[in-house]
Design a protein around this ligand. Structure first.
Ligand code: RM4
Ligand code: MN
Length: 385
């Protein structure tokens, strides 16, 4: 059992600053009272999630949404709140110039602008002390023949190489892929294979980010995880869940069994070791539920799936697999999945001086009511602000 608790105690989940801001669909953003108005308030809210879970000590920034004059000051503020700044996410998808793409745009001037933004993100990383730069490109085309698929890959490779060369020795590039949206016919980084091929060419410090919501329905994501881990190219997760497309719902909400299977493969590949370099991040939007509790619940869902993965009797599983015992092996797997790990996690929290029920502890704290009172005036941050 101590192996299980050791891993759970060392597990860190990174929170996205944008999860605390207003968000919505393209139909409507429903604003919520008390939502942060600047990156400082987002960091303060993230610190609440860490306070009650003890498992979320870092917060990722999104540039320019979290643009500020003094990143060192924001980093100091974060430390005062008990957290540190994590991954820097670039944003080359919201400028009018990027209608036909950013780093793959047919215009050299627009490509230059996009690449300069990515380089600026590395400057910010130097100031925040961040290890990882996360790149997600909305680039793609809507109509066959609209642009040259192959030339766009060349342009992408060129931009990535320039940014990779700018990284410090301790810094990494995380390349994220996504099946479709906003491009509908062809996305320039649509899948793990394309991301893998680019990172392989770039070098060791370029790795792949698996956003769990970015696959076709029915995709075996744990298989992708196993292959990338085996190749030393699994850099990070953007956890969330989906029913149809990139829904950005709470991780473990739509398909907790899939999350368990993914985390088992992570464990199997050594990705839960104390010195793991995999960044376990959330990338979610809480469009209709309150944001801080939404993040607390998400962290707990990852912990529960991890605990279940750790409970798989690996020796019994290996023996059944070796015997060709199909049903026996599957039963070992399902036994772990069907175990109620909530008491174990509650005990663990108590042993660490935390409330066994983080959701209730946050609710009782009065923080939610306080921010509604305090945060009057100013402009609420939102998806895109
Ligand atoms: C994208 C992708 C990126 C995230 C943006 C907001 O779909 O998942 O990781 O930064 O959304
Ligand atoms: Mn993502």
């Amino acid at each position: 059992m101590s192996r299980v608790t050791d891993v759970l105690n060392s597990q860190h989940i990174e929170l996205p600053s944008w999860a605390f801001a207003n968000s919505g669909t393209r139909f409507k953003v429903f604003p919520q009272a008390g939502v942060p108005r600047d990156p400082y308030e987002k960091v303060a809210d993230a610190a609440q999630v860490h306070k009650y879970t003890g498992a979320a000590p870092t917060v990722a920034l999104h540039i320019p949404w979290d643009k500020t004059d003094d990143y060192a000051d924001l980093a100091r503020y974060a430390e005062d709140q008990g957290v540190t700044l994590g991954t820097i996410n670039s944003n080359v998808f919201q400028d009018n110039d990027y209608m036909l793409g950013s780093v793959t745009n047919p215009s050299a001037a627009i490509r230059r602008k996009a690449t300069d933004h990515l380089l600026e993100c590395v400057d910010i990383m130097d100031r925040t002390g961040s290890r990882d730069l996360k790149l997600w490109f909305s680039d793609g085309i809507n109509y066959p023949g609209q642009d040259d698929l192959r030339a766009r890959q060349d342009r992408l490779a060129e931009a990535l190489a320039e940014v990779y060369a700018r990284l410090g020795d301790h810094q990494r590039m995380l390349l994220e892929y996504k099946l479709f949206e906003p491009a509908f016919y062809a996305t320039d980084v649509p899948d793990w294979g394309t991301a893998y091929a680019h990172t392989l060419t770039l070098g060791e410090r370029a790795v792949v980010c698996v956003d769990t919501g970015h696959h076709a329905p029915g995709t075996n994501i744990e298989m992708i995880v196993a292959v990338l881990l085996r190749a030393g190219k699994l850099g990070a997760f953007d956890f969330n869940s989906r029913f149809y497309a990139d829904d950005d719902l709470m991780v473990g909400a739509a398909d907790p069994f899939q999350l368990f299977r993914i985390l088992f493969e992570v464990l199997r590949g050594g990705g839960l070791a104390p010195d793991t370099e995999i960044a376990f991040m959330l990338d979610q939007c809480h469009n209709i539920e309150p944001k801080i509790p939404g993040q607390i619940r998400s962290v707990m869902n990852v912990q529960e799936a991890t605990a279940k993965a750790l409970l798989v009797d690996r020796d019994a599983l290996a023996a059944a697999q070796e015997d060709g015992d199909v049903l026996g092996a599957n039963a070992v797997f399902m036994d772990a999945y069907n175990t109620d790990v909530r008491p174990l996690l509650a005990e663990l929290r108590e042993a660490n001086g935390l409330d066994p029920d983080p959701m209730a502890a946050y609710r009782r704290s009065g923080y939610a009511e306080q921010i509604v009172k305090d945060r009057v005036g100013g402009t609420q941050a939102g998806w895109g602000a």
